[in-house]
Design a protein around this ligand. Sequence first.
Ligand code: SF4
Length: 356
Amino acid sequence: MHDILQKVINSERIDKDDAHYILDNINTLDIGRIAMIRKNSLDPSTNVSFVIDTNPNYTNICETDCSFCAFWRKKEHSDSYTLTVDKILEIVKTSYHNGATTVLLQGGHNPELRLEYYLEIIDKITSEVPNIHLHAFSAPEVFSVAKYSKISTKEVLKNFWNHGLRTIPGGGAEVLSNRVRKRISPLKIDADNWMRITEEAHNIGFKSTATMMFGHAEEDEDIIEHLFKIRNLQDKTSNFLSFIPWTFKPENTFMENKISTEIGGDRYLRVLGLSRIFLDNFKYIQGSWFTQGFKVGGVSLHYGANDVGGTLLQENVLKSANNPYRAGIEEIVHIIRSEGFQPIQRDTFYEKIKEY
Ligand code: SF4
């Protein structure tokens, strides 16, 4: 442990063996202490940010059938839906009037939707609600649009960019290990394609986030591989804005009966702390009150998290898995303050909007 601590104190990088050592041998409280040394060297302030956002989904029709997902439906299903562009615009306008500065827009892989649908969404939102930032279409969606529209992913991304999209969410990464992906989402793009599309986006100029959804079929080795991959890409492009780890919610999914329990706070905090120590080139890491609840979400701020994500005025994906956690601005400000930090409302680029 002393060697790892010394590396972090000296702002040096840790390697994969160090990462294994941390998960195998260091107690949870000490992981938190080391994570905070790393966090303070990257961000010495006591600020913890959040964004007022909304997370509508334009369709729940999806042919990718991930076994961890409670949201998707086949077209024939009675509650399948695809929103018209005008309906999406109406949701965005309402969210804007309710204070949202970001709309995080994602959806299923619906073979009937082509490039034109996505471009119309971008055009209408950027022209009719210019003060809300559209943060939309993760790497697996880019792959699907390319497939259904019979063009390359690079062409899809260039079209998105030319129509005014500037950031894409890091969704669909789950754990960037092909061994894990074969088990939980065999029809989804593999880890190499997720990395390739994200790099293509960064090279065009997009900023994005990196996510990790864990607590299902992965081993420590897979988590460390995931962190290693995104750290390498951040070295190349510097276009990841933040890292967002969150935990699997099994209810209503095909994996519900295969996984006896959801992972608890201790494992979540250990992985969060490791992420902060390993990712020495990410300024912002998000703590997840949304999947871990307010108590553990608050404690995450002592394990290197310096952002707590969005207020999620609307959210459907984890709602489908009966996720009970909801918070407005007051609750989020309270979580941050009660742990001794300064709440900051931010925009999608992590720039300060307002201090609370
Ligand atoms: S996670 Fe996304 S790609 Fe997978 S089934 Fe759900 S909506 Fe489809």
